[in-house]
Design a protein around this ligand. Structure first.
Ligand code: ATP
Ligand code: MG
Length: 416
C-alpha cells in the first residue's frame, strides 16, 4: 500500500497543546484532499500517514499537501518489513521500476534513517550504513550526504518500516485555526491579500471584509476581492467575505469634513465597522496591509489616529516591508494579476489633492463631531453581505453564494 508520510516541525515545540495541534493538522490534510482518493489520515508516532487509494493522482495529492500549513515536508512512501535485507530489497526492487527516479538519472544518493521504535536492534547510523552499502553495491552510485541526486529516507516503526525516494518541501507555518480567527480588511489592492496570507500561515483562520462604493462606482473591486478570497481559500479551505456598502458613508464625510482629513476619516469608519463584524464572526484581531510611509494615510501619526477608534489589536504584518518585496510575494501567491486589474477603489472616491500626512487627533475628533458616526456604523453593519468560500469546491455547491443581512451573518454556522 502506498502512503504519504507527512512531517511537521514547529508544532513539535508546542508542549501540552501538541496533540491538539496534530489533530488540527490531520484534519487540514483530510479536508485538503477530500475529493481525492485518500483512504485515511492517521497520526503515527511523530508523523502523519496519508493513505493513498488506487485512484489517487500523485501530482494532485502533491499540490494539495504542498499548500497545507504546518507541514515541514512530505514524501510518497511505501512500507516494508523491518529486517535490513527486507528494507534494502524493497528499495532496490522499487528503484528498478520504470519512472521510480528522475529520467535525468541518478549518480549520487544518501540514506537517512530515523527510529520511532527505539528498541530496534540497530541504531539509525547503522541502518543507514547497512542499507546504503547494499544500494551502493547494487547501483554503483556515489554517497553524497550534502546534496544527493536522490535522498532516501527510512522510518522505523514498531510494526513496519516506511521508506521514500525523494522528499517534497512543505509550506511551513502552523495548522489553520490553531491561532484563532482574525478579520482582514481586504481592499483588492496588492498588499492586503499578502497580509492575509501571512496570518493564515501563522495558523489564523482569516475572515475578510471589503468596503466598496457600488453602486456609486463599478462592481470591479467587489469582483476582485471575491476572486482573491476564492484564491486564498485554497490555503485555508474555508473562508468568509463580508462586503460593506461604503459609498454613502464617504459622501457624508465629504460633505462635512475638511478635505485633507477625508482619508483618515474613511479609515476610522472602516475600522469601527470591521471591529463590529469581528464581534459577529469571532475574530480576535483586525489585519491590514499597511506599511509605514507607503502612502499618506500610512504615516506613524495617521496609523495611530486610525487605531484610536478600536480596542481590538490591529495586526499589520507588512508594516516594515518595501512595496517591491510585497509585490514579489503577491506574484508567488498568485494574487498579483487579480490585484492589478484596474478598478475604482472606494478610497479613490473623493480623495483630496493633499491628504494630511500628520492628522492631529483633536482635528479628527472635531471633524467627526459633525458626523452621525454610530448611526453610519449601525447602518453599514445592518446592510452587510456575506459570502462563503470552500476548497475543494463540493460538486453540488459550485457557484453558490450566500448573501444576507446581519441576521443571516450572525445566525449562520461559522466555518471552522
Ligand atoms: P492595498 O494594496 O492592500 O490596497 P494600499 O497600499 O493600496 O494597500 P491603502 O489603499 O491605503 O493602501 O489601504 C491600506 C489598507 O487598508 C489596505 O491594505 C487594507 O487592509 C485596508 N483597506 C483599504 N481600502 C480598503 C477597502 N476598500 N476595503 C477593505 N480594506 C481596505
Ligand atoms: Mg489600496
Amino acid at each position: 500500500m502506498h502512503s504519504v508520510i507527512v512531517h511537521y516541525q514547529e508544532i513539535a515545540l508546542k508542549g501540552r497543546n501538541r496533540p491538539w495541534f496534530i489533530d488540527r493538522l490531520a484534519s487540514s490534510l483530510r479536508d485538503a484532499t477530500a475529493d481525492l482518493d485518500v483512504t485515511h489520515v492517521r497520526p503515527l508516532m511523530g508523523r502523519i500517514e496519508v493513505g493513498l487509494g488506487p485512484a489517487a493522482d500523485w501530482s494532485a495529492v502533491r499540490e494539495r499537501l504542498g499548500r497545507v500549513f504546518g507541514v515541514a515536508n512530505f514524501a510518497r512512501s511505501r512500507s516494508t518489513g523491518r529486517e535490513v535485507d527486507e528494507i534494502a530489497g524493497a528499495i532496490l526492487r522499487h528503484l528498478a521500476e520504470p519512472d521510480a527516479v528522475a529520467a535525468e538519472g541518478v549518480t549520487s544518493f544518501r540514506v537517512r534513517a530515523t527510529r520511532a521504535d527505539k528498541t530496534y536492534p540497530l541504531t539509525s547510523p547503522q541502518i543507514e550504513r547497512e542499507v546504503g552499502g547494499r544500494i551502493k553495491a547494487a547501483r554503483g552510485w556515489r554517497v553524497d550526504l550534502a546534496s544527493p541526486d536522490l535522498p532516501i529516507t527510512i522510518e522505523v516503526l514498531p510494526d513496519r518500516v516506511f521508506y521514500a525516494l525523494g522528499k517534497e518541501p512543505g509550506r511551513g507555518g502552523l495548522p489553520t485555526g490553531t491561532s484563532g480567527a482574525v478579520l482582514c480588511l481586504l481592499s483588492g489592492g496588492i498588499d492586503s491579500p499578502v497580509a492575509a496570507y501571512r496570518l493564515m500561515k501563522r495558523g489564523c483562520r482569516v475572515r475578510f471584509v471589503h468596503f466598496h462604493a457600488y453602486p456609486i462606482l463599478s462592481r470591479a473591486s467587489l469582483d476582485k476581492t471575491q476572486e482573491i478570497a476564492d484564491l486564498l481559500t485554497r490555503h485555508q479551505l474555508r473562508s468568509r467575505l463580508y462586503s460593506v456598502r461604503f459609498g454613502e458613508i464617504q459622501q457624508t464625510i465629504v460633505l462635512s469634513a475638511p478635505p485633507p482629513l477625508r482619508v483618515v476619516l474613511y479609515r476610522r469608519m472602516m475600522m469601527r465597522i470591521a471591529e463590529r463584524l469581528a464581534g459577529v464572526c469571532g475574530a480576535k484581531a483586525l489585519v491590514t496591509g499597511e506599511a509605514v510611509g507607503q502612502v499618506a494615510s500610512q504615516t506613524i501619526e495617521n496609523l495611530a489616529v486610525i487605531n484610536d477608534v478600536v480596542s481590538l489589536p490591529v495586526l499589520r504584518p507588512l508594516i516594515g516591508s518595501d512595496k517591491e518585496e510585497i509585490t514579489q510575494e503577491a506574484r508567488r501567491l498568485g494574487t498579483y494579476p487579480i490585484s492589478i486589474i484596474p478598478d475604482q477603489d472606494c478610497c479613490t472616491l473623493f480623495v483630496p489633492r493633499r491628504p494630511a500626512t500628520r492628522a492631529r487627533p483633536e482635528d479628527v475628533k472635531r471633524a467627526e463631531r459633525n458626523l452621525p458616526v454610530a448611526e453610519l456604523v449601525d447602518r453599514a453593519v445592518a446592510g452587510v453581505e456575506r459570502q462563503d468560500f470552500l476548497f475543494p469546491v463540493p460538486a453540488a455547491d459550485v457557484g453558490s453564494t450566500s448573501g444576507g443581512g446581519p441576521d443571516a451573518a450572525a445566525a449562520a454556522a461559522e466555518p471552522r
